[in-house]
Ligand binder design. Sequence first.
Ligand code: KIV
Ligand code: NA
Length: 275
Amino acid sequence: LKRLTVPAMRARKSSREGGGDPLVMLTAYTARNAQLLDPHCDMLLVGDSLGQVIYGLPSTVPVTLAMMAAHGAAVVRGSYHAVVVIDMPFGSYERSPEQAFDSAAWLLKETGAAAVKLEGGEAMAPTVRFLSERGIPVMGHIGLTPQAVNVLGGYGVRGRTEAEAAKIMADAAAIDAAGAFAMVLEGVVEPIAVAITHAVSCPVIGIGASAQCDGQVLVAEDMLGMFDRTARFVKRYDDLGARIQDAAARYAAEVKARSFPGVEQVYAAKARAAD
Ligand code: KIV
Ligand code: NA
C-alpha cells in the first residue's frame, strides 16, 4: 500500500460535488499511536498540542522544533498510509518566510513528514506562498489559533462579532490564494465555518467548526478520554483514562496481595514450552 499524497488531499474538497468523502484526521505523537490510528485516517497531525498533552506544559507556546522533530519522526516510522503533517511551533516561522523555510525544511528532513502546518491568516500568506513554491506543502490554521493565546487572552470561540467574522473570512481567503493545500478551521461559529468551506478552493478541516467542512480533526487523546481538558467541540469516543486508572488499581492490588506475578509470569528452572 502506497502512502497517500498531499495533492490527493488537496483534491478531496468533499463539500464540492465529486470531492469525495470527508477527510479524516487525528493527532498522533508516538509511533504506536500512529500505527493504531493510521489505517483509519487520511492525515495524521503531529500537533504542537503535544506540549500540553505529552509534556504537561500550560500552552503550546513553549514547544520547540526539537520536540516536533522527535515526535514527527516517530509518527512517520509508525505509519505507512496517512499523510503526516507536522505543526511548526511558536517562534519558528513568524519572523519571515526565510525563517519559516529553514525551520520547515529542517522538520521535513529530520522526520520524513510530507507537510507542515502553521497558524495565521493574512499576515502569514506570504510565508505560505514562499514555502509552497519551494517544495514544502503548507496546511493553514485559522480561527482560534492557540499559539496566539497571549494575544487572544484565552481559547474562546471566534467569529461572534461581525468584525471578527470578516477577519476570519479574509484570513481564509488569503492563505487559500497563497497556495495552502488545506486549512484547519478551529473554534468558530458554525455559519462562518460553512461560509468559509464554500468560499475557499482548498479543503477545510474543521475542529469546533461544522460537519459541513471538508474534513474533521481532533486531538486523539481528547476523543479517547485520555486528557482532562473539556472543550465543547470534543466528543469522547472512549474513556481510556478511566480504563488505565482501573488497570493500575488492579495491578497495585495484586502486587500487594502477592498474586502477581502468577505462575504464568515466572520462569521455572527447567524450560517450558512457552519460555
Ligand atoms: O496541535 C494540534 O493538535 C492542532 C489541532 C487541534 C488542529 O493544531
Ligand atoms: Na497545533
